[in-house]
Design a protein around this ligand. Structure first.
Ligand code: ADP
Length: 919
C-alpha cells in the first residue's frame, strides 16, 4: 500500500513538490528521487548519478558535456526547450534512450545549485505501461463492439463481404498480414474459410471457401488452454491451416465446443500487441464469429421454414394442432388456404373445422378425433371436403394425427394431405375396371387367361360367355382337358398355336372345338403372351370368337366360286376380263387355246394387237358407248391372228363400273363365228355367181351389140376398099367407131370379172351411188332390149356407207332381175303391157334409201313374209334358186341396214335402208 501510494504520487507528480530554488547536494541528499543529473546554466549535462548511469548503461567517466536532449527520445524535445532556469517549477516527463532500444520513462524537476542545476528524476515506467494496457484493452473492446454491430446489422446477403471488411479493419488495427475467419463446413465435417484478409505485402495464405480439413479439430479440446498470451507467446504450427507460416489462432466456443476459428498468419500476437490478453483476443473472435454464426443459424432456420411451407403448399398438406383447454384447432397457413379459410383465421373452433368436412365423413372424423384425444389412439382417416357445388370434383383429404408427450405437456397434432388426385384416380380406375368387367362379361367373344407354368399354359379364367357358347366350365377346361375338345383334324393347329404363342408372343388361328353337346364350333383364337420385366412369360390373354357361320359362309362362297370357276374354265365359249385399254386381266382356257398359249400367259396381253386399225377403232368406240345404264354390247369382230386366217368372233361385252360410274373393267364372252361366216360368204358368192349366170343372156346381148356394130363397120369398110375407094376420113371414122365398141365390151367384161370376185374381208367406205351406176352399166342395155323401161332418179348429195360395193351391187341386181322377171311374165299374158322399173334414192341425215319399184303387180300378200327365206321361190324348178332375196337381206343387214318390201298400187317396192357414215 505505501508502495502504491508512492506510485500514485509519482503518477500525479506530487512527490515532494519541487522547491523554488533550493541548493541540493546531488548525492545522497535527495533520497526521494531515483536518479540525479547535474546541468550547467545552458542545460548541458555535467554529471550523472551512478544509478542513472547504470540505468542508461553509460560509461563511468570521460563523458563530454552534452546537452540533455542528446540523452532523450525525440518525443521529449519539447519538454526541455530552452535553459534549466525556465524549467523551474515544471514537471518534466523525460523519456531516456536506452542502448537496447527500450525507453526509460522518468518524471523530474530542476533545482538550482549555485550556478548549476540539479535534475532529479523518478522512474515512471510501470505507470506508463499500465496506462497503455488499459488503453489497448479499451480500443480492443471498441473494435469488438464495432465489428459485432456491423455483422449484426448488415443484410444477410452482404454478410460475407461485410465480414471481410471487418477482418480488414481488425488486421489493420493490429497489423496482421493474413487473417481468416473459419467456419464449419456446411456438411458438418471439417472447416472452411468463410472470409479472409490478406495484406498486399503478405503472401496469400487463404482464400474464401478454402477447405481446411479436420486438423483444426485436434486443437479444439486443448490448444485454447495452451495458448498463453504471456511472454513468450507460443506459436502454433498447423500445416493444413497455416502451411509453413507461423501464426496463431483463436477459437470461438459455444455450448462447449468450438464453432469458429480466427486464424492469424505470419503473426506473433504477443510481440505485436503485448497489451492484449487472452480474454481480449477471445472477445474479438467471439464478437465477430458469434453474430455471424447466429445469423447463419437464423437463416438456416428461415430456409427450413420456407422449405416446409413450400412443401406443404406443393403437397396441399399442412399440420394441425388441437389447442389444449380450448375447443379450438390451429392450422398451418397453407392448410387454411387449402380449406378456403380467410388468411387471418388459422385458429378456429373445432366445430367449425368439422363443418368443413363432407357430412358423409364428418362423424367418422369426429369419433376418431375423440379417440385420439382421449385415448391417444393414432388417427388415420380419408375424408372429403364439403361440396357446395355438386358439379365440382370432390376434394379428398387424408388426415393423420397423434399425441405428442413431452414432459408434462401433451399435444394433439397431425397433418392433412390433399389426396384428391389419388382418390379420383382410384375412382376412375375402379370405374374403368367395372366397365372392363362389364365389357368382358357382355362380349360375344370368350376372353380367357392362361397361366404360364414351366412351359405349359393352364387356363385360369374364362369370361362368362364361355358357358352359353360352349357349355364347358373352367374346371372342365383345365388340366389339359381342353385338347380333347379340339377337332381331331385341327389338333396339329392347336399344338402349333401353343408353340407359336410361347415363341413369338402372339398368335391368331382358327380351329374347331367341340361344345358340351358334341357340336363343333369354328373358333377364331387370338392370344398374346404377357411377360414380366425380365422377359419371362407370366400369362397369356386371348379370346375365342365363334366364326362358325362366317367360316361356313366363306366355305360356301369358295365352293360357289369354284363352281363358277369351273364353269368359266370348262365353258366352250371364250370368257375373259379386260381393262378399257384392252389389256387382259383374265382369260379362260378356250381363249388361251384359240390364241395358242396357256391361260396363265393371258393376263397382260393387249387385245388390240389382233385388230386392224379400223377394227380397233370400231371396237374402242363400241366400248366407249357402254354406260352403267346400258352396260352391254354385242358385235361380230374380226381378228387378224398372225400367220392365220382372219377369225370372226361374236363378242358380247359387259362393262363393270365403279361408284363414280367410271368404266373399270369389261367382262366378255365370245364365240368363234369364223366357220359360219365363211359358209355365209360362200353362199353369198354362189348367189353372186348365180346372179351372174342369170345375167348371162343379158350380158351376151351386151357384148353382141358392140360386136354387131363392129361387124357392120368392118363390112362397110371392106366394101369401100373393094371399090378402090380409099378415103382416109371415112376409114378413120369407122376405126374410131370400132374402138369405142371394143372399149364398151371390155368395160362390161371387166366389170363382170370384178363382180365375180370374192368380196374383201374388211368392209370399206363407199358411195352407194357407185353401186347403182355399176348395176345400171350391167343391166340397162339388156333391160332396154327386153322392152323394160328404166326410170332412174338423179341422186342427191353424195354420202358414204360401210360395206362392200360389189355386194350392194349384187343386191340391186337381184332386185332388178326379180322385177324384170315379174314384168316379163306379166307381159306374156298381156302384150300391150308397158313394163317399167323405177330406181330412186331418198336420204336424210342418218340414212340413205335405195328404192326399187316396178309395175309388175306385186307379190301375193300371203307370201310377203316368206320371200326372204332361203330357197323360197315361185319360179319353176331350174329357173329360180330362192337365194336372191335371202342373201340380199343378209348383205344389207351386214352393212347395218335393212331390206324391206311392200306392195304399191302397181307392183312390188323394195327399200334398202343404209346408215350414212360421216367422217
Ligand atoms: P328366185 O328369184 O330365184 O325365185 P328370189 O329370192 O330372188 O328367188 O325371189 C323369191 C321370190 O320372190 C320370187 O320367186 C318371186 O315370187 C318373188 N318376187 C321377188 N321379186 C318380185 C317382184 N318384183 N314382183 C313379184 N314377185 C317377186
Amino acid at each position: 500500500m505505501p508502495l502504491k501510494n508512492e506510485i500514485l504520487n509519482r503518477w500525479l507528480g506530487r512527490a515532494d513538490a519541487p522547491p523554488e530554488r533550493e541548493t541540493v547536494v546531488i548525492e545522497p541528499t535527495q533520497a526521494s528521487a531515483d536518479w540525479h543529473m547535474q546541468l550547467d546554466e545552458e542545460g548541458r549535462v555535467t554529471s550523472i548519478s551512478k544509478s542513472l548511469r547504470g540505468a542508461l548503461a553509460l560509461a563511468a567517466a570521460g563523458m563530454p558535456a552534452q546537452r540533455l536532449l542528446a540523452y532523450l527520445m525525440p518525443s521529449s524535445a519539447l519538454v526541455v526547450e530552452g535553459v534549466p532556469r525556465e524549467w523551474l517549477g515544471h514537471m518534466l516527463d523525460l523519456d531516456f534512450k536506452r542502448p537496447n532500444g527500450n525507453v526509460l520513462h522518468t518524471r523530474g524537476w530542476v533545482q538550482a545549485q549555485g550556478s548549476s542545476w540539479l535534475l532529479q528524476l523518478l522512474d515512471i515506467g510501470d505507470l506508463m505501461e499500465e496506462a497503455n494496457v488499459a488503453q489497448s484493452r479499451q480500443q480492443c473492446l471498441r473494435l469488438a463492439g464495432h465489428m459485432a454491430e456491423k455483422v449484426r446489422g448488415c443484410h444477410v446477403e452482404r454478410l460475407q463481404s461485410v465480414t471481410a471488411d471487418q477482418l480488414e479493419e481488425l488486421a489493420q488495427s493490429y497489423r496482421v498480414p493474413c487473417l481468416a475467419l473459419v467456419l464449419p463446413e456446411p456438411g458438418g465435417v471439417g472447416w472452411r474459410v468463410y472470409a479472409h484478409y490478406n495484406a498486399h505485402t503478405a503472401p496469400q495464405l487463404w482464400q474464401d471457401s478454402q477447405r481446411l480439413g479436420t486438423d483444426l479439430d485436434s486443437l479444439s479440446g486443448t490448444v485454447t488452454h495452451q495458448i498463453d498470451f504471456g511472454v513468450p507467446t507460443p506459436l502454433v504450427h498447423l500445416q493444413s491451416a497455416f502451411g509453413n507460416a507461423q501464426g496463431f489462432l483463436l477459437p470461438h466456443h459455444k455450448e462447449g465446443s468450438v464453432k469458429a476459428w480466427l486464424l492469424f498468419g505470419f503473426y506473433d500476437a504477443a510481440q505485436q500487441v503485448p497489451d492484449l490478453g487472452e480474454r481480449e483476443w477471445m472477445n474479438l473472435c467471439s464478437a465477430l464469429a458469434g453474430p455471424i454464426l447466429y445469423r447463419h443459424a437464423d437463416q438456416a432456420h428461415r430456409h427450413q421454414l420456407e422449405r416446409l411451407a413450400v412443401l406443404q403448399d406443393l403437397l396441399g398438406t399442412g399440420w394441425w394442432e388441437l389447442l389444449p383447454d380450448s375447443e379450438e384447432v390451429q392450422l398451418a397457413p397453407q392448410l387454411a388456404r387449402t380449406l378456403g379459410l380467410p388468411e387471418t383465421s388459422d385458429v378456429l373452433p373445432l366445430e367449425e373445422w368439422l363443418q368443413l368436412i363432407h357430412p358423409a365423413d364428418r362423424h367418422e372424423l369426429e369419433s376418431r378425433l375423440s379417440l385420439l384425444r382421449d385415448q391417444g389412439a393414432p388417427m388415420l382417416s380419408c375424408v372429403r371436403l364439403r361440396q357446395d357445388d355438386p358439379g365440382e370434383a370432390s376434394v379428398w383429404l387424408r388426415i393423420q394425427g397423434q399425441v405428442l408427450v413431452s414432459g408434462q405437456a401433451r399435444r394433439v397434432l397431425g397433418f392433412m394431405l390433399d389426396v384428391s388426385d389419388i382418390k379420383n384416380q382410384e375412382t376412375q380406375a375402379a370405374a374403368a375396371h367395372a366397365r372392363l368387367d362389364n365389357l368382358i362379361a357382355s362380349s360375344p367373344a370368350v376372353i380367357y387367361v392362361l397361366e404360364y407354368d414351366r412351359g405349359a399354359l393352364e387356363p385360369t379364367f374364362f369370361s362368362a360367355s364361355l358357358a352359353p357358347l360352349l357349355g364347358w366350365t373352367l374346371a372342365e377346361c383345365s388340366d389339359g382337358q381342353l385338347t380333347q375338345y379340339i377337332h381331331p383334324e385341327d389338333r396339329d393347329i392347336w399344338f402349333q398355336r401353343t408353340r407359336q404363342l410361347l415363341r413369338e408372343g402372339v398368335v391368331s388361328c382358327r380351329y374347331r372345338l367341340r361344345d358340351k353337346k358334341g357340336e363343333y364350333h369354328w373358333l377364331l383364337d387370338e392370344a398374346r403372351l404377357l411377360r414380366d420385366d425380365l422377359g419371362m412369360p407370366v400369362e397369356a390373354v386371348g379370346l375365342w370368337l365363334d366364326v362358325t357361320e362366317a367360316t361356313q359362309a366363306t366355305e360356301r362362297v369358295r365352293e360357289s366360286e369354284e363352281r363358277y370357276r369351273i364353269l368359266v374354265e370348262d365353258s366352250p365359249a371364250m370368257i375373259c376380263r379386260y381393262t378399257p385399254d384392252l389389256r387382259l386381266n383374265f382369260g379362260n382356257r378356250p381363249l388361251a387355246d384359240y390364241l395358242e398359249c396357256t391361260p396363265a400367259e393371258l393376263p397382260g396381253i393387249d387385245l388390240g394387237e389382233w385388230f386392224s386399225a379400223e377394227q380397233k377403232e370400231a371396237f374402242l368406240r363400241r366400248i366407249d358407248e357402254l354406260t352403267p345404264e346400258s352396260p352391254t354390247t354385242t358385235a361380230e369382230i374380226c381378228l387378224e391372228l398372225p400367220g392365220r386366217e382372219h377369225a370372226w368372233w361374236i363378242w358380247a361385252d359387259r362393262g363393270v363400273f365403279d361408284d363414280a360410274g367410271k368404266l373399270i373393267e369389261i367382262q366378255a364372252v365370245g364365240r368363234d363365228n369364223t366357220e359360219i361366216r365363211r359358209t355365209r360368204m360362200q353362199l353369198n358368192q354362189s348367189a353372186k355367181m348365180a346372179t351372174l349366170g342369170e345375167m348371162a343372156t343379158g350380158l351376151a346381148h351386151e357384148i353382141n351389140q358392140p360386136l354387131n356394130v363392129m361387124r357392120m363397120a368392118v363390112v362397110n369398110v371392106l366394101k369401100r376398099l373393094s371399090n378402090g375407094d380409099v378415103e382416109v376420113d371415112y376409114l378413120t371414122d369407122k376405126l374410131n367407131r370400132i374402138d369405142t365398141q371394143v372399149q364398151r365390151a371390155a368395160r362390161v367384161v371387166n366389170h363382170m370379172r370384178v363382180f365375180g370376185r370374192r368380196s374383201e374381208i374388211e368392209q370399206q367406205l363407199f358411195d352407194p351411188i357407185d353401186a347403182v351406176d355399176g348395176t345400171l352399166n350391167m343391166l340397162s342395155e339388156g333391160m332396154k332390149g327386153k322392152g323394160v323401161e328404166l326410170k332412174i332418179d338423179e341422186p342427191g348429195a353424195r354420202v358414204q356407207v360401210r360395206g362392200h360395193v360389189d355386194q350392194l351391187e349384187q343386191v340391186l341386181i337381184n332386185l332388178m332381175v326379180n322385177a324384170r322377171d315379174a314384168l316379163l311374165s306379166k307381159r306374156e299374158k298381156n302384150h300391150d303391157f308397158e313394163p317399167w322399173i323405177a330406181l330412186h334414192v331418198e336420204q336424210d341425215e342418218q340414212t340413205i334409201w335405195l328404192v326399187v319399184g316396178d309395175n309388175g303387180g306385186g307379190i301375193d300378200p300371203r307370201l310377203l313374209e316368206r320371200i326372204f327365206e332361203p330357197f323360197f321361190t315361185t319360179k319353176p324348178v331350174g329357173v329360180g334358186t330362192g337365194l336372191g332375196l335371202s342373201v340380199s337381206y343378209g348383205i344389207v343387214e351386214q352393212m347395218g341396214g335393212r331390206l324391206s318390201v311392200s306392195n304399191s298400187s302397181e307392183g312390188a317396192c323394195f327399200r334398202i335402208a343404209l346408215p350414212i357414215v360421216r367422217e
